[in-house]
Design a protein around this ligand. Structure first.
Ligand code: GLC
Ligand code: GLC
Length: 811
């Protein structure tokens, strides 16, 4: 069943009922100011950091769901309704929600009145704009009361939801005409405030939640709305809100549009006040002046659209396969931008108060983002590298606002260092900007300990070399990519962290997965050495890599697939010798991508085992058989009921690894089959089973052992976004940036007769047509550039500013 449809021309998903199986959200903003907005206009806003600079409140796990948001109420006689249905849930005569690139338009119609709520964050500014257009489509004059409402968060979202003894006394506002200034804590150490305004005179306002909602009322039935006016309340502590009311008299056919804005303003310390207790509003006035008229707002909308058109023009596919085009050209890349911005911090499943940016997550996100805005990728690489320790290990997480490593979690996740090589190498392949390796980057955020980025990568590489276990495989530490495989922790008490309990850096437990990574990204590191003429270093690196590869092919091989690990007692994990958890997805994907066992046939055999043992109709599960009970020596993975999360769920992030791995073996049919199974557009029809947004990936789909097989959770923020775009664009369609230029090496289903890709690369535009009249899955027979045949399939670098036409014949 579907709850909407794709509108590809407008690059939107159009939701046609407010009662989606779960709130279906979108992200506004891509620089500093962000809002999450659901299909009913629920959600919240923050500046840079969802925990430390939260502008509005959101109650996760609430019942009913999704009550807090960017609320518009319309009172028409005795009827009160919202254009997005929530929170009053007054039945609408019609409803739609269009989630587009950086904007959302919610439209409701009731009793001859249409209200359109258009939400976006303008480029280059720290505010959300909510333009509300109300149209009287009835034959009679309408007297309407329009209310816009937000509930402020007192900045630190954790403190805000726990430290009530203090917070009920700190709230402060100022009101000036149609503008409410939320200035809690501005009197002391904060130099920022929020501003909530309308671009026209208002008839009344409230700034206390008690006055607007009623002490025992709530957003579903606010007493001020029922009364038809606000009471001019001024918040002194308790819960400051912003509520603005405008009375509208609309003749038949008349419409009126009003802008409500929510902005974030920062003042220099010495310019905070204009009089004792009176905040300096100059910057707020300037912000409001930028969006005073419809023409200004339209211009900001157009600028946003143009911006996205430009970003997406870097990679454009025409394939004759509608769903594929839509995912590649719009939604994959859009989700990559959002995950780049958020890492795993704020979604409807990540509260924004937990983990900040993850080291490994952010590095992997680069794989799908680096072509979109390379300069931001560059900055991110340097930020991430600055959280690395001198021994090459890394803080597992860091806070986006401070860019400092998170000490509570610390380090010890032994895959982390290698992801830095992965992200940086991807950046270099895309841009050819070798200067990044010379950038001085601190260790542990200490400028006194700065070294060139290349030295960081060297230490990443060496960290694995110096942390090998008894079988010559890398030590796993607290966990590797699979946060839940905790072989050294032995957590026995509820509430303990599975990852950082006990002797979590044990000297024995090893990871075959990290070994695969070391081979793959070690080779990428060695190539950088080659390029820098570090010939001896490259040769030495390759010796280490070969030794680890041999260890994988012997100690890491189980007979028909790659083992997963060795535990703290030296027993294999992910082996036919185990009662449960005999085969895991991760080492099969990573080791085959690394090229391990390609010549010996082990690679093909490992993937055949995946198909036989892990494949399901909804995707490839993480392991089989699922663990049925908690096992101390395995940790969190066995804490989940069978079929969920890392315990045999379809963990979408590593499905593309299998697809990529298949592509490296030339299996185009199978690579595409794996891609399709979890791909949003291809499973839109089962939205009632899948439940999360049909335009983006979720972290996890319940596996075949779960009672809710096929149901997704944790949508939006997942490494799946980057890996999938990496997979489809580079492995399947085969347009691959390399250090030397763009390589074309498709591995596609034999039924795909061809496609064209327009690719902007290092300043030039390549129009690439791939002809597969031969009906093969892999293999390039001939390549011409501007009509001239070239040798091999790496395109000569075209001069920046030029366009070249490339014809590729498969066969
Ligand atoms: C989550 C984490 C990611 C980890 C994965 C598997 O998605 O964000 O870092 O690799 O789970 O445990
Ligand atoms: C939990 C989750 C896992 C996630 C990790 C991040 O362990 O189950 O998926 O990667 O938290 O810290």
């Amino acid at each position: 069943m579907k709850f909407g449809y794709f509108d590809d021309r407008n690059k939107e998903y159009v939701i046609t009922t407010p009662q989606t199986p779960l709130p279906w959200i979108n992200y506004l903003g891509s620089e500093d100011f962000f809002s999450l907005v659901s299909n009913t206009a629920g959600g919240y806003s923050f500046y840079r950091d969802a925990r430390m600079r939260r502008l509005t409140r959101y109650r996760y796990n609430n019942s009913p769901l999704d009550m807090d948001g960017h609320r518009i109420y319309i009172k028409d006689g005795d009827t009160v309704w919202n254009p997005g249905w929530q929170p009053t849930k007054t039945p609408l005569d019609s409803y739609s929600c269009r989630h587009g690139l950086g904007y959302t338009v919610v439209e409701g119609k009731k009793d001859g009145v249409t209200a359109r709520q258009e939400l976006f964050v303008p480029k280059g500014d720290a505010c959300e704009l909510d333009r509300v257009t109300v149209c009287n489509e009835s034959a009679a004059v309408k007297e309407l009361d329009l209310f816009s409402y937000v509930e402020f968060c007192l900045w630190d979202a954790v403190d805000d939801s726990s430290n009530f003894q203090r917070n009920y006394s700190t709230g402060e506002v100022e009101v000036e005409g149609s503008v409410i200034y939320h200035k809690t804590e501005y009197r002391e150490r904060r130099n920022h405030y929020a501003v909530f305004w309308a671009n026209c005179p208002v008839d009344s306002f409230d700034t206390t939640r008690d006055a607007f909602c009623g002490v025992y009322g709530g957003p579903a039935d606010p007493q001020a709305v029922r009364a038809g006016h606000c009471s001019g309340s001024i918040a002194h502590g308790w819960a400051p809100v912003g509520a603005l009311h405008i009375h509208l008299t609309l003749a038949p056919g008349e419409s009126r549009s009003i802008l409500f804005g929510l902005g974030y303003i920062e003042n220099p310390q010495e310019e905070k006040f204009i009089a004792p207790g009176v905040i300096n509003k100059t910057r707020a006035h300037a912000m409001m002046a930028r969006y005073a008229t419809d023409a200004q707002i339209d211009a900001a909308r157009i600028a946003l659209r143009t911006h996205w058109e430009e970003l997406l023009s870097t990679y454009h596919l025409e394939s004759g396969e509608e769903k594929l085009n839509r995912m590649v050209n719009i939604w994959h890349q859009y989700q990559c931008m959002v995950t780049f911005n958020m890492s795993r911090s704020a979604s409807y499943y990540e509260s924004g108060t937990g983990r900040g940016m993850g080291f490994r997550d952010s590095c992997q996100d680069l794989l799908g983002f680096v072509h979109i805005i390379p300069s931001r990728a560059r900055e991110r690489i340097l930020d991430i590298a600055a959280t690395q320790f001198e021994d090459g290990s890394a803080y597992h997480q860091y806070q986006p606002l401070t860019k400092k490593g998170n000490r509570d979690v610390g380090s010890g996740f032994n895959d982390d260092p290698l992801w830095l090589i992965a992200g940086t190498a991807a950046y270099l392949r895309e841009t050819g900007d070798w200067s990044i390796l010379e950038e001085q980057v601190p260790f542990d955020n200490d400028a006194a300990k700065a070294q060139p980025l290349m030295e960081h990568l060297r230490r990443s590489f060496n960290f694995t070399c110096t942390h090998l276990g008894p079988h010559g495989l890398p030590l796993i530490g607290r966990a590797d990519w699979n946060d839940c495989l905790n072989l050294n922790c032995f957590s026995e008490h509820p509430g303990e962290s599975f990852q950082i309990t006990g002797p979590s850096e044990g000297p024995v437990a090893e990871s075959v997965f990290i070994a695969g990574m070391f081979v793959k990204y070690g080779h990428e590191y060695a190539e950088l050495c080659d390029h820098l003429n570090l010939t001896e270093e490259a040769a030495a690196a390759r010796k280490h890599i070969d030794a680890v590869e041999q260890a994988v092919l012997t100690a890491g091989w189980d007979g028909a697939w790659f083992r997963r690990a060795y535990d703290a007692f030296g027993n294999p994990i992910g082996s036919k010798e185990c009662a449960e958890g005999q085969i895991f997805i991760e080492p099969q994907g990573m080791c085959v991508m690394a090229g391990i066992g390609r010549e010996t046939g082990q690679a093909a055999q490992a993937l055949a085992s995946v198909e036989e043992r892990l494949d399901t109709k909804y995707g490839v599960v993480l392991l089989q058989p699922a663990y049925t009970g908690y096992q101390l020596n395995l940790g969190e993975i066995s804490s989940y009921p069978p079929g969920y999360k890392e315990n045999a769920g379809i963990f979408c992030h590593n499905n593309p690894w299998i697809s990529c791995a298949e592509a490296t073996l030339g299996h185009g049919d199978r690579a595409f089959a794996v891609y399709r199974k979890t791909c949003p557009a291809y499973i839109e029809d089962i939205s009632e089973i899948h439940r999360t947004e049909p335009y983006v990936y979720s972290q996890m789909v319940a596996g075949k052992d779960a009672p809710t097989f096929g149901e997704a959770k944790n949508s939006w923020l997942t490494g799946t976004a980057a890996w999938t775009f990496f997979n489809i664009s580079q492995y399947i369609l085969g347009i691959q940036p390399t250090l030397d230029g763009l390589k074309v090496d498709p591995c596609i289903p034999h039924t795909l007769s061809g496609f064209t890709v327009t690719r902007r690369f290092r300043g030039a535009v390549y129009h690439i047509t791939v002809d597969n009249a031969a009906g093969v899955q892999h293999g390039v027979k001939a390549v011409t550039v501007d009509g001239k045949a070239i040798c091999g399939n790496v395109l000569p670098l075209a001069a920046a500013g030029t366009e070249v036409t490339v014809q590729v014949t498969m066969g």
